[in-house]
Write a protein that binds this ligand. Structure first.
Ligand code: GDP
Length: 360
């Protein structure tokens, strides 16, 4: 083999699913807040349609957990969270043979337990073979709970009464039973022996922040341990998926793309699926959200960049995107003689999706 291609480990792509009102949005807000408050200067945490918790933040959060998980060393550059929770956007993250999402957080209100959309989410995750952890949310609502803001769960429980702890255990075993009914062995995360066989349940409060350090450290640890191969990417033409198609003032129709592999540059030729067949066009501009602190000095919500690398969420402006389809694959065409081949691949993938949707 000749030619050394640069390779790197990318951020795992994480989605949040669960029943309405169980706290998905609150959890994502809390995670974003944590990432913004604790990042190093210069780290970009806001992407288009996604947010990144950088490695520096994961390391800080994992620090107080060192005595419980001495072997945890953060190797990934961060975690990329899809900003919009729920099934609908998740279904746009399709890729051949599965999902662009590497892992999911299934949020369940610990007081209410399983609800119809919890079951729906489990079935979708099963079908797409996406591994998940359960965030047992709203522990602060357990009778007698004494809140400890932004503290690891394992520390907070040391200050809870025996009665409150036993109520917590009861609720967790309710979840373990429900997960068993759906074909999963499950256990509280700190009692799991083999994470390949057992779904971890992390008790959290999206409101107080309790348990969030463990939740993030666990996802980082699991993805490093079990998906290393899947997370390695290189300096190849970008692959992605169209999350949303959006009209933007001054830019025309744009697509918000999650790039899960390779590098995307300005002027790259790419293919996406359109209502009337594949669209072949060229990147006019790549746009990332403008950092909040610059908003006052500059016009516009976006800044132009020359290139982005996986994993990222980016807005792509290009001519001819009016008919582009959300959920379409996005492929940079490596050379002119490959245009027809990539059109065919894109078309095939989309017709499979349509066929499945119609047969539902
Ligand atoms: P979503 O529909 O799953 O996105 O749920 P939301 O994030 O909108 O939350 C629904 C309601 O539950 C809101 O009123 C939140 O403030 C509240 N909530 C979410 N997480 C917690 C939590 O950990 N503790 C408490 N007490 N309330 C929460």
């Amino acid at each position: 083999m000749s030619g050394e291609k640069k390779t790197w480990m990318r951020q795992p792509i994480i989605v949040v699913l669960g029943h309405v009102d169980h706290g998905k949005t609150t959890l994502l807000d809390k995670i974003r807040g944590t990432a913004v408050a604790r990042k190093e200067p210069g780290e970009i945490t806001q992407h288009v349609g996604a947010s990144v918790v950088p490695a520096s933040v994961l390391k800080k959060l994992a620090e107080p957990l060192r005595k419980y998980f001495p072997k945890l060393v953060i190797e990934i550059p961060g975690l990329l969270f899809i900003d919009t929770p729920g099934h609908e956007l998740f279904s746009n993250l399709r890729k051949r043979g599965g999902s662009v999402a590497d892992m999911a957080i299934l949020v369940v209100d610990i007081i209410e337990g399983f609800q119809p959309q919890t079951v729906e989410a489990i079935n979708i995750l099963k079908e797409k073979k996406v591994p998940f952890v359960v965030a047992a949310n709203k522990i602060d609502r357990i009778e007698g709970w004494k809140p400890h803001a932004d503290t690891p769960f394992l520390e907070s429980i040391r200050d809870q009464s025996p009665r409150t702890l036993s109520l917590l255990e009861e609720k967790i075993y309710g979840l373990v039973g429900k997960l068993y009914e759906h074909g999963f062995e499950a256990e509280r995360f700190d009692r799991v022996r083999d994470f390949r066989r057992t779904v971890a349940i992390v008790p959290i409060s999206a409101k107080t922040g309790e348990g969030i350090p463990e939740l993030l450290a666990l996802i980082a640890g699991l993805s490093q341990q079990f998906m290393k191969k899947r997370l390695v990417t290189s300096e190849e033409p970008a692959k992605g998926v169209v999350l949303e198609v959006k009209e933007e003032p001054g830019l025309g129709t744009t697509i918000d793309v999650i790039i899960y592999d390779g590098v995307l540059r300005r002027n790259d030729v790419f293919v996406v699926a359109g209502r009337n067949g594949p669209i072949v066009t060229r990147v006019r501009s790549l746009l990332m959200p403008r950092p909040l602190q610059d908003m006052r000095m500059h016009e516009g919500r976006f800044i132009n960049v020359d290139l982005v690398t996986a994993a990222t969420g980016v807005k792509v402006a290009a001519p001819g995107l009016e008919d582009a389809l959300a959920g379409s694959p996005f492929y940079v065409v490596p050379s002119d003689d490959k245009v027809e081949e990539y059109k065919r691949i894109t078309q095939e993938e989309v017709s499979q999706i349509r066929f499945r949707a119609e047969s539902d």
